[in-house]
Ligand binder design. Sequence first.
Ligand SMILES: [Zn+2]
Ligand SMILES: [Zn+2]
Length: 264
Amino acid sequence: MAFAFHILGTSSSGNCSILQADDTRIMLDAGFPGPRLESSLSKVGIEVPAIDAIFITHEHTDHCIGLTALLRQNPLLKVFANRETARRIQATLKIRPNWQIFETGTTFEFRNLKITSIPIPHDAADPVGFALDCPHADSGGHKRVTWLTDLGHATDVVRHHCALADILVLEANYDDEMLDLSKRPMSLKQRIRGNHGHLSNQDARDLLLGLKEWQTSHLYLGHLSKECNRTILVDEMMQAVRNHKEDLQVTVIDPLEETPVSYW
Ligand SMILES: [Zn+2]
Ligand SMILES: [Zn+2]
């Protein structure tokens, strides 16, 4: 299979996807425990030793908890992260991964992929999203997959990268009313809503409706909170986005579903 993008899961409890472009297979975030990662990988026919590299967005456990299990199976696996993220994760590990350090905001190459790390506003050391340019013969050259979760707010850089993505994974973390009604402490609610917290469903909608010359064909809404969101609420909120861009395919990733969602 020349090109495939599998979202193994994305929610506030864990995030991981796999991108395959010709003979390159990379993982974006490794935010599930080992057994869950392995069972999801087997559903898409990929084994851990076949993965060439992992790209980590930030050090929160819902993005890197599975790293140890993956490295146990493949100790030489390349793990890409910026310096601060690598430092924070290393402090929690007993083994030392084959770190591949990049500078936030730069574009670099790995095998046949061109990767841009996108700075994002979130309460981690140096969090990023990723835009991956992949060879794709059917669409006349390449396809760009963009992975943007854990955003306190939409910056100009984030908007720019949303508009340029062919396949976009964007956070829709919480429904405002459900967060209000939840039993979470006020300090946590404020953190989630803060400038370095997460995007609400409404925030995600407003970001997308504001995009100019938006070229995305497939939009995946992810990183939903299990406690403070429902797929149906995100879906309703995205109706305005569907009206705004009629050729857009919109998929809301269910935080309770363990079946991978695949694009190829
Ligand atoms: Zn986070
Ligand atoms: Zn997260």
